[in-house]
Design a binder for this molecule. Structure first.
Ligand SMILES: Cc1ncc(COP(=O)(O)O)c(C=O)c1O
Length: 349
């Protein structure tokens, strides 16, 4: 059961779909479901709009909040598809468990998501690169500033139309001082605080001419882990190398899809710790051919250069890059233009 309250008027005719800034425009509806008296209540789909919360709500004080990022795509025949949504559903509950938030029921998630997408399907534009970014999130709403897990929460889903994401040339800095996550911490969770804590070091890196930081392990800063919102791959010779996921690194859906495709196309991969020293040596002797990030927002994001301490390195520009190969393969599956061998597509009917 879902309570659906349709918006009396749509904002869609006032939206310029040719000039979208990522995450700025939202569709007509949102999903809201409250947790109280020990259970999740009936999900409600209603017009997108502001929330009213007590200033003492736990989320504002203790950061008890988790979120997800996923996308819907429209194919040439106007069918709407999600990409591996089961993975996002499982991950938000994994994040919730770590933040002492009650898990959300699977049927509520999928029923509400499908109803929401059906109502707002005109916001999903056809064409390679166009999509609807979907942001499920959970916040602790219980009033009262005592530092303990709340008894009341809101699970919400909001949606934002997105165009192909081009971030310009990306240069990254290998972190030598700041850390994103530590052993036993919350790095593997999409906890809001993980992101808030990255802004200051990222701003410092930007002042030095880098767009992003590659986080290194908190103990030694000798091993490369992941970027702010992307997992990271290195191409050394023709081998694809990436760090294993652990309790500091997010288990990215795009990352695991790249690894599966690499296996399918006989690209040799190694999932193992990657040291800063090794990557600098490989860059110096010409073995490092590519670096790229993987994540829902950009799919695959090529990296043109990196810096460590006072050294800077440029990567070669390749015609037949792995980055381009994987982006094309993944997007064709997402847009229903290629066979879905692994059962990754999910149709919203
Ligand atoms: C810290 C972090 N790493 C990696 C990723 C990539 O994950 P996915 O491919 O599931 O979007 C994300 C984005 O969700 C992220 O926030």
């Amino acid at each position: 059961m879902i309570d659906i309250q349709r918006s009396p008027n749509s904002k869609i005719s006032n939206t310029n779909f040719d000039n979208l800034v990522f995450g700025q425009v939202f569709t007509d509806h949102m999903m809201e479901c409250d947790f109280k008296d020990g259970e999740w209540q009936t999900p409600v789909i209603k017009p997108y709009g502001p929330l009213s919360l007590e200033p003492s709500a736990r989320v504002f004080h203790y950061g008890q909040a988790v979120f997800e990022g996923m996308k819907a795509f429209k194919d040439a025949e106007d069918k709407v598809w999600l990409f591996r949504p089961d993975q996002n559903f499982e991950r938000i509950n994994k994040s919730s468990v770590r933040l002492a938030i009650p898990e959300f029921p699977k049927e509520y998630f999928f029923n509400a998501l499908e109803e929401l997408l059906k109502l707002d399907k005109d916001w999903i534009k056809k064409g390679f690169g166009n999509s609807l970014y979907i942001r499920p999130f959970v916040i602790a709403t219980e009033a009262g500033v005592s530092a303990s897990a709340a008894k009341e929460y809101k699970f919400m889903i909001i949606c934002s139309p997105a165009q192909a994401y081009y971030s310009g040339e990306v240069r990254v800095k290998f972190s030598e001082k700041f850390s994103r996550a530590a052993d036993g911490g919350v790095g593997f969770a999409k906890a809001a605080g993980n992101y808030g804590a990255q802004f200051y070091p990222t701003n410092l890196a930007k002042e030095e001419g880098f767009q992003q930081i590659i986080w290194t392990d908190a103990n030694t800063h000798d091993y490369l882990e992941e970027a702010g919102t992307m997992n990271i791959f290195f191409r050394i010779g023709d081998k694809l190398v990436t760090a294993p996921t652990n309790d500091r690194i997010l288990d990215g859906v795009t990352r695991k899809s790249v690894l599966t495709l690499a296996e399918e196309f006989n690209i040799e991969t190694e999932v193992r710790r990657v040291s800063v020293k090794e990557i600098i040596e490989a860059a110096e002797n010409g073995e490092l051919k590519e670096m790229f990030g993987s994540g829902t927002a950009t799919v695959i994001n090529p990296i043109v250069g990196f810096g460590h301490k006072d050294k800077k390195f440029d990567l070669p520009k390749l015609e037949d890059s792995y980055a381009k190969f994987f982006k094309d393969k993944l997007m064709k599956i997402q847009y229903n233009e290629a066979e879905d061998k692994f059962g990754w597509r999910y149709e919203v009917k």
